[in-house]
Design a protein around this ligand. Structure first.
Ligand code: SIN
Length: 329
């Protein structure tokens, strides 16, 4: 082979090897909340950790889309199964189409507090539920906290009868339908992105959410009363598609999982802080009156809503209900 042919062959091999070098994997992380929330901060922290990781350099790019910019509640999981989104963290109330088991987390007054939710989620039953949608192509990477839900409304809600005939926006959960029907209210399933306008235009009378969502989406500016009911849990499952996750190199997958665990730990810390600080900011704003329930009045809400559990016992598993209760002891 003369020198010229050798040179051409070397150049051709070089260009082939460059074109064979894998392009970086892009992870689109889509969510519906603001960036200053537990989930918003968790997603940004995940991106930061991936970018700072030398082992993932040139291999993975993370793009975060907050505030329903890319997909809203109803579309994100379908988009994930089509490969248009790689990570999302919908609230546990939004998986009904894929599994009935996660409805457990919506049962009113099931979790005594966030410590009980954490204990259950990290225990055997909670960990098992991360795989509840595997057959449908979705895998849970972990749980993320937001916090306990409160009731906001146009009228003061002290006893269950105050909620009768009022329209409440709910997430797409049949448990939440039953919860509000138990107090003779009218539940309306709507995406998160529409809640502020629905409240502002008085198309609905109230909604249930955590302090950080009520604050970051300004619901408190259009809801004169917030009852501190702590009646339910609003947490998330961080999910990815089985196809995407199992297609990653094992070392990349392990680094991503470590980054996700660290980001979740930060998100959980933010969630605990915001439950206090956002409530305080709302109280100081004077826009909403915060109603604290007496033990006697709170018990009235428990007594009327708790029978909802029985209706979902088969779907969510009596053993899971028992484990969730035990976590609060
Ligand atoms: C979220 O926190 O992701 C949204 C909750 C809701 O839809 O109310």
């Amino acid at each position: 082979m003369n020198k010229k042919i050798l040179g051409l062959a070397t150049a051709a091999l070089l260009s082939l090897s460059m074109s064979l070098q894998a392009a970086p994997v892009t992870i689109k992380f889509s969510h519906v909340v603001a960036e200053n929330t537990p989930k918003g901060q968790m997603a940004n922290e995940f991106k930061r950790l991936v970018e700072a990781n030398e082992k993932l350099k040139d291999k993975v790019v993370v793009e975060v889309y907050p505030n329903s910019q890319l997909f809203g509640d109803n579309k994100v999981l379908e988009a994930m199964l089509l490969g248009d989104v790689q990570i999302a963290a919908p609230s546990l109330s939004k998986f009904k189409k894929y599994t009935k088991q996660l409805q457990l987390f919506d049962l009113p007054f099931l979790f005594k507090d966030m410590a009980a939710a954490e204990k259950f989620q990290q225990g055997p039953e909670g960990q098992e539920l991360l795989n509840a949608m595997k057959k449908k192509g979705l895998v849970g990477l972990g749980y993320l906290h937001n916090g306990m839900k409160q009731l906001s409304a146009s009228n003061p809600l002290r006893v269950p009868a105050d909620a009768a005939k009022q329209k409440f926006r709910i997430m797409s959960s049949d448990v939440l339908v039953e919860q509000f029907e138990a107090v003779k209210a009218v539940p309306v399933k709507k995406p998160f992105s529409e809640v502020f306008t629905l409240l502002q235009t008085k198309a609905i009378d109230g909604q249930e959410n955590t302090w950080s969502n009520i604050y970051s989406k300004k619901f408190f500016e259009v809801q004169p009363y917030i009852t501190e009911s702590n009646h339910g849990l609003l947490d998330y499952m961080v999910v990815t598609s089985e196809e995407f996750w199992s297609g990653l190199d094992k070392d990349v997958q392990a680094e991503l999982k470590t980054a996700m665990d660290k980001a979740i730990a930060l998100g959980n810390k933010v969630a605990a802080e915001k439950a206090e600080s956002d409530k305080k900011t709302i109280a100081e704003s004077g826009r909403s009156e915060i109603i604290e329930l007496s033990d006697e009045d709170r018990q009235k809400w428990v007594d009327i809503m708790k029978p909802v559990w029985k209706k979902f016992e088969k779907e969510v598993g009596a053993e899971n209900i028992a484990a969730a209760q035990k976590a609060g002891e």
